[in-house]
Design a protein around this ligand. Structure first.
Ligand SMILES: Cc1cc2nc3c(=O)[nH]c(=O)nc-3n(C[C@H](O)[C@H](O)[C@H](O)COP(=O)(O)O)c2cc1C
Length: 357
C-alpha cells in the first residue's frame, strides 16, 4: 500500500470499445486497494453534464480515447462545461492507438488531446498533477483491420502495468507528466487535429451503413454514446453527431455495420473531379477571385470553398445512398466495395475480462 495523498477520487471516462473504460477500472482498482473512496462515471451516461459538483479535496481523473489527435467532442464539451475548481487536483489520460510490430510495441499519437484539456482545466483553477498516454490496441477499424486477439492480449498485459504504475505514483502524491515526452510531435500534428475536428469527423460519420444483414435489434441505436444513430426508412442512419467511436460497428451481433469505403472514395472522386470543376466553370469563380493577388489568401478561400461544397455534397449523396440502399443490387454494390465486409477485416473490442473489477 502507498503512503497516500488522496482520500476521494472521481474518475470520469468515455469509451467507444472498452480501452479507456479498462484504464479507468484499473485505476479504480488500484485506488480501492489503497482505501481511497472512488467513484467512476461514464461521461456518456451523465444526463446533465452541466450540473456536476466537484467537492473540495476530491481528485478528478479524466480518461478518454484519442480521436483525430484530440479528445472526442463529447469529452471536450464535458471538460469545457466542467465546474470551476476549489483548487482540486486533476489527472488526464488518453488511450491511443497502440500497435505491435514483431516484438516491438508501437505508440499512437496524442496531438492536442492532453495539452488542450489540461489548458482548459488550468484556466478553470485545477492543478494538473498527471498527464499520461496509454497505448492500447487501435480500434479505428474504418482505416485498418481489427488487431488479432493474441496481440490485443499482449498489448493489454503491458499497458495494465503501465496504468497501475501511473496510479500508484499519483496516489503517492507524485506528479507524472510523461505525456510531455511527445510534445514536439504533438505540436507539429496540431493543425491536423484542427482539420479533423472541423472536417474529418463529419466525413467518417457519413461513411457508416447497415447492410441487409441488419436484424433491427436496435442495439447500435440504444448503445450509441452520443445518440447519433436514427432509424430512417426502417434502416440505421448515421447523423452528424456521430463521433466514429466504433461502438456500433464492433458490437453489432450480425456484423451488419460497414464502413462504406467504395461510397466515400467514389463520391469524393466525383465531387472533386466533376462537380467542383463544373461549379467553377458555370460560376466564373476564378474570374471573381482572380481579382485577389494569388497567394495564401487566395489558396485559403479556394480550399475553404472546396471543403464546404465537398461536405455539403457528401451529406446529400449519403442521404441519396441511404434511400437507394433499399434496392438489393445497389446494397450489394455498396457492401462489397466496403473493405470491412471481408472476413480478414476483423472487428475490435477490449477483452471483456479487463472491463470487470
Ligand atoms: C475516429 C478515431 C480516431 C482516432 N484517432 C487517433 C489518434 O489521433 N491517435 C491515436 O493514437 N489513436 C487514435 N485512435 C485510436 C483510439 O484512440 C484508441 O484505439 C483508443 O484506445 C480507443 O479507446 P476506446 O476503446 O476506449 O474507445 C482513433 C480511433 C478512432 C475510432
Amino acid at each position: 500500500m502507498n503512503k497516500q495523498s488522496i482520500s476521494d477520487l472521481s474518475i470520469y471516462y468515455f469509451s467507444g470499445t472498452g480501452n479507456a473504460k479498462s484504464v479507468a477500472l484499473w485505476i479504480k482498482k488500484t485506488a480501492d486497494n489503497n482505501n481511497i473512496n472512488t467513484t467512476i462515471i461514464n461521461i456518456a451516461d451523465l444526463e446533465n453534464r452541466k450540473n456536476i459538483a466537484v467537492p473540495e479535496n476530491t481528485v478528478v481523473g479524466i480518461c478518454s480515447p484519442t480521436h483525430g489527435f484530440n479528445f472526442p467532442p463529447i469529452v471536450l464539451n464535458f471538460i469545457t462545461r466542467f465546474p470551476r475548481s476549489n483548487n482540486n487536483k486533476v489527472f488526464l489520460i488518453n488511450t491511443r492507438a497502440g500497435l505491435k510490430m514483431g516484438k516491438y510495441f508501437v505508440p499512437g499519437i496524442s496531438g492536442i488531446a492532453l495539452l488542450l484539456s489540461a489548458f482548459i482545466l488550468l484556466i478553470k483553477g485545477y492543478r494538473v498533477i498527471g498527464m499520461r498516454s496509454i497505448d492500447l490496441p487501435s480500434n479505428w477499424i474504418s482505416i485498418h483491420p481489427g488487431i488479432k486477439r493474441p496481440v490485443v492480449e499482449s498489448i493489454f498485459e503491458r499497458r495494465k502495468s503501465d496504468t497501475i504504475n501511473f496510479a500508484n505514483k499519483i496516489i503517492a502524491g507524485k506528479r507524472v507528466y510523461r505525456a510531455f515526452i511527445d510534445i514536439l510531435q504533438d505540436i507539429i500534428i496540431a493543425p491536423v487535429a484542427i482539420g479533423y475536428y472541423l472536417i474529418g469527423r463529419f466525413v467518417f460519420a457519413k461513411s457508416f451503413i447497415a447492410s441487409h444483414d441488419c436484424s433491427h435489434c436496435n442495439i447500435c441505436v440504444e448503445k450509441c454514446p452520443v445518440k447519433a444513430i436514427k432509424i430512417v426508412d426502417n434502416r440505421c442512419y448515421w447523423s452528424y453527431k456521430c463521433e466514429s467511436c466504433m461502438q456500433c460497428m464492433n458490437n453489432c451481433p450480425e456484423r451488419a455495420i460497414e464502413t462504406a469505403h467504395g461510397f466515400v472514395i467514389g463520391v469524393s472522386f466525383i465531387i472533386y473531379n466533376v462537380i467542383l470543376i463544373w461549379i467553377y466553370k458555370i460560376t466564373d469563380f476564378h474570374d471573381i477571385t482572380g481579382s485577389f493577388t494569388p497567394g495564401i489568401a487566395f489558396e485559403m478561400i479556394e480550399s475553404i470553398t472546396n471543403t464546404v461544397i465537398y461536405i455539403s455534397l457528401l451529406f446529400l449523396f449519403y442521404r441519396i445512398m441511404h434511400y437507394l440502399l433499399r434496392f438489393r443490387l445497389f446494397e450489394r454494390l455498396i457492401v462489397y466495395s466496403s473493405l470491412t465486409k471481408y472476413r480478414f477485416w476483423r472487428r475490435y473490442r477490449a477483452p471483456k475480462a479487463q472491463q470487470k473489477i
